[in-house]
Design a binder for this molecule. Structure first.
Ligand code: ADP
Length: 878
């Protein structure tokens, strides 16, 4: 037997030598101690060789096995040692690796074969012997029982753990306990006698307490067991979750745990070997060789949650998911599906969009239809015709109303512009064509009124157009309307006719009034003037009384006449307000003095008030102010039997620096008063509110109406405050401009006085002898040399002969009227280069237009009959 071994070793030695002779790099010898845990060691060996080949440059690896358990006698051990040493006598071994301390202990490191090589001893049993030489490297390959126990307790949520150890292997227990240290988990060691007994024991213990099974144990005394086989059997039967310290022990229903990884430890050792063979020191810290490794099947069996496994774990035999198996196909399917769903979504969306658009279209069509219906109703009701002219097709569209408006049936209209133009008269045709062309060119809108003749009667039409442009601002269509305006046109024409007639009537009325006033004033002039002259002669008392009666009646008549004339002038808008500067105080004085006699006769008092500042000279219409004041004071006297008449005068400046202000004249009486109901009525024409016969007889009811209108024409107003039986107060307010006294011109109405006309030759031209006498007497009174002419022709001759200082010219005269005579005289003066004689018109025509005619003919001034002495003197003043 011994010889047999020796021959076997000799042969294997020879084979090894021949291999080593070819080796170029490191020679590595691995000496294995084969124990009970063969699976653990075998897994490690295969991993190590793989790693060495990977990490070293083509190493020569020799492997020797020492089965110390099976052939444990010293004789066998010696034989094995001797054979190995001899086998490697001629090989220069760089590294010798002993996979257990036990294997290393067989050899004497001082032996020639071993002396110079690096010796790696894998420490598995927590021995901490210090290496005796720098060539000896102890590499700890301990399982981490502490982490294993802690993590197993945590995963199973148990605070107690069983650890199975072989009977009498107290050293193993000690080793394990040494690692557990402060572990919180309660550890109970179970003795392993044999598999059957162990399973029996476990069945009696708590089924949920995890069980840790280390690799080395014996099956009974002196018997050798295979730990992997044992583990398989126990794990199949026992209910406890089984945890192990080496990854190679994760078999059958073993859960796994924090294990020493054979692959990782092989890699680590290979790294160390590479370091030392390259002249470096090895690392002592064998980190990263432990790992959490679990068996998928066992985890499921024990219902341990995969998602609660510690971080960085590895799961063995996990059935590949469909994702792992068909990831690419799945991705492809997902891709195709997403494209398809995209297409479907797009189709659905577009379908929805289409539906929405269709709905919108339907609703637009419906509203368009409704709009068209409304348009039809509107166009029918308003009879508006609509037309459209398309520039691209030159087609003219007309709606039904257009055909009606133009009196042409639809089937007779050829939808051409020329057809439309042919229906118009020449002038309208030219205009419409021009406007259409203009709109086509410029896009400008227009409106045209034209007529068409339908069955002999004229229809008036109004055509409007607007242009429609494209995106480039080019006119592409003209759209327009045509409205039949015949009715309104005819109405307009009727109105115009009526207005014309009314104007004619007013003119006729005005002319009638003017003529009447002329006709009445002329004899009135005579009556008043004659009465005046008569009163100046020596008369008996009775005669003088009659003469005065004539004077006062004629005066009253003239007053009424003037009122009617004024009113008609105001109503026809022909009364003009003439503003000029006048002396305010003088105006007041003169006005008041006119009433002195009447006041005295009625035994009344007349007082003037002007409490604050009154301007001296103002600009306004003095004549009209006087007229209103005359009326107000006259009424006050008329309607007051006892007491007092006050004239108060107030000036309100618009502001401190302004020359504009308002004059307020208030005439207050203590008379019969006016009831508040009548306050408005009294300002209407011909209104009298005191039905006392005594008063009605005294008036016409026109005074206040004229006064109010005059006040308003001057920009002011006339108002009343009155209490029946207490009295009345009428206030005339007039806007005025304050003038500096220096600028007061000589033509102030109030400044006339008797002029000195001595040696002045004055020609009075009038066909009425009485009028001649009256005016002549007034002039003779001033010492003038007066001559008389009976018509214009006589006047022209006398002008030629005597060249008078002033000619007072009547207008309406036989043979040659005043206007004509003036023209002839002016022409003569120019032709003979002689100085201009002043010619003053003297007329009963009180209307404004006559004055203009007179001035145009060359007259210098204008006096109205009956001639007022003051006015006459004013114009004759040298
Ligand atoms: P008449 O010419 O009749 O006076 P007016 O228009 O001047 O016309 O006045 C109209 C009416 O207003 C008068 O008839 C009278 O009834 C009333 N009236 C005018 N002024 C006064 C007044 N101071 N006191 C009382 N009544 C007055």
């Amino acid at each position: 037997m011994r010889y047999l071994f020796e021959i076997f070793f000799a042969v294997s030695l020879l084979i090894s030598i021949s291999i080593a002779a070819q080796a170029k790099s490191e020679n590595i010898l691995i000496i294995y101690h084969l124990g009970n845990d063969d699976t653990v060691y075998q897994s490690f060996e295969s991993n190590l060789i793989e790693q060495l080949n990977a990490k070293l440059d083509d190493p020569a690896i020799f492997v020797e096995h020492l089965d110390l358990k099976r052939f444990g006698s010293s004789e066998y051990t010696n034989a094995m040692r001797r054979l190995i040493l001899e086998k490697y006598t001629d090989i220069n071994l760089d590294v010798i690796l002993f996979n257990t301390a036990q294997a290393a202990s067989v050899f004497d490191f001082d032996h020639l074969v071993l002396a110079n090589s690096h010796k790696f001893i894998l420490e598995r049993l927590f021995s901490s012997t210090e290496p005796s030489s720098p060539l000896i490297h102890n590499i700890p390959l301990y399982p981490r029982y502490d982490v294993l126990v802690e993590s197993a307790g945590e995963l199973t949520k148990r605070s107690k753990i069983f650890v199975l150890t072989a009977v009498n292997t107290t050293q193993q227990e000690k080793n394990i306990l040494a690692q557990l240290g402060n572990t919180k988990v309660d550890v109970e060691f179970l003795p392993f006698i044999n598999t059957a007994q162990t399973i029996n024991l476990l069945s009696r213990l708590d089924q949920s307490t995890p069980l840790i099974i280390p690799p080395t144990f014996a099956e009974g005394v002196n018997s050798v067991n295979n730990p992997t086989q044992t583990l398989k059997r126990i794990s199949r039967i026992a209910n406890q979750p089984i945890f192990v310290p080496y990854d190679s022990l994760i078999v059958d229903n073993v859960v796994g745990g924090y294990v020493l990884s054979s692959a990782a430890s092989a890699a680590f050792i290979s790294d160390q070997i590479r370091l030392v063979t390259n002249g470096y020191l090895p690392e002592t810290n064998s980190a990263n060789i432990h790992n959490y490794v679990f068996n998928f099947r066992a985890l499921n069996l024990q219902r341990l949650p995969i998602n609660k496994l510690p971080e960085g774990h590895i799961i063995l035999d996990k059935p590949a998911s469909i994702f792992d198996l068909f990831l690419q196909e799945l991705l492809y399917i997902v891709f195709v599906l997403s494209i398809l769903s995209g297409v479907v979504i797009f189709m659905l969306y577009s379908n929805r969009l289409l539906r929405v658009k269709q709905e919108q279209l339907a609703s637009s069509q419906a509203s368009l239809k409704r709009f068209n219906e409304r348009m039809d109703v509107a166009t029918n009701a308003t009879r508006i015709g609509i037309w459209e002219y398309d520039l691209q097709t030159s087609g003219l569209y007309w709606d039904a109303a257009m055909h009606v408006h133009h009196g042409i049936e639809e089937n007779r209209f050829n939808n051409k512009l020329s057809n439309w133009l042919d229906l118009l008269n020449v002038q309208d045709k030219v205009q419409l064509e021009a406007l259409v062309n203009e709109c086509v060119q410029t896009g400008a809108s227009w409106s045209l009124r034209y007529t068409v003749s339908i069955k002999g009667s004229t229809t008036y039409l109004t055509c409007n157009v607007t242009s429609v442009k494209d995106a480039n601002n080019n006119v592409i269509r003209l759209v327009g309307t045509v409205l039949d305006v015949t009715e309104s046109e005819l109405h307009q024409q009727r109105l115009q006719e009526q207005r014309f007639k009314a104007e004619q009537a007013t003119k006729a009325k005005s002319e009638f009034l003017a003529n009447m006033s002329h006709e009445i004033r002329t004899p009135m002039n005579g009556v008043i003037g004659a009465a005046d002259l008569l009163a100046g002669t020596s008369l008996s008392e009775k005669q003088s009384q009659y003469a005065n009666m004539i004077k006062s009646s004629a005066g009253g008549l003239l007053h009424i006449l003037n009122d009617i004339l004024d009113l008609s002038k105001i109503e026809s808008g022909k009364l003009h307000i003439e503003t000029s500067p006048f002396d305010l105080k003088m105006l007041v004085q003169q006005t008041m003095s006119t009433f002195t006699l009447e006041i005295a006769r009625k035994k009344l008092k007349f007082k003037l008030h002007h409490p604050n500042y009154i301007p001296d000279v103002v600009k306004s219409d003095a004549l009209r102010i006087k007229q209103v004041l005359f009326n107000l004071i006259g009424n006050a006297i008329k309607f007051t039997e006892k007491g007092c008449i006050y004239l108060a005068l107030v000036y309100d400046a618009s502001n401190a620096d302004s020359d504009q202000g308002t004059l307020k004249f208030t005439v207050t009486d203590t008379g019969i008063g006016i009831s508040s109901d009548d306050h408005e009525r009294i300002f209407s024409s011909f209104e009298q509110v005191n039905f006392n016969k005594q008063f009605i007889a005294q008036g016409t009811g026109l005074g206040l109406s004229i006064s109010k209108k005059l006040a308003q024409l001057m920009g002011g107003d006339l108002s009343v405050k009155s209490i029946v039986d207490k009295g009345s107060a009428f206030t005339l307010s007039v806007p005025v401009t304050v003038i500096d006294k220096i600028h007061l011109s000589a033509n102030l109405v109030t400044k006339v006085d008797k002029p000195d006309l001595k040696n002045k030759n004055i020609l009075v031209v009038d066909d009425n002898e009485i009028n001649q006498t009256i005016v002549g007497e007034m002039l003779l009174d001033c010492g003038a040399d007066v001559q008389y002419a009976n018509n214009g022709a006589e006047a022209v001759d006398m002008h030629k002969a005597d060249r008078p200082y002033i000619i007072l010219m009547d207008l309406l005269m036989p043979i040659m009227d005043g206007i004509e005579a003036t023209r002839v005289i002016r022409e003569y003066e120019v032709a003979h280069k002689i100085p201009r004689t002043t010619i003053v018109a003297l007329t009963a025509h009180a209307l404004k237009g006559y004055e203009d005619n007179c001035r145009e003919a060359g007259m210098d001034d204008y006096l109205t009959k009956p001639v007022n002495r003051h006015e006459l003197y004013a114009v004759c003043r040298p």
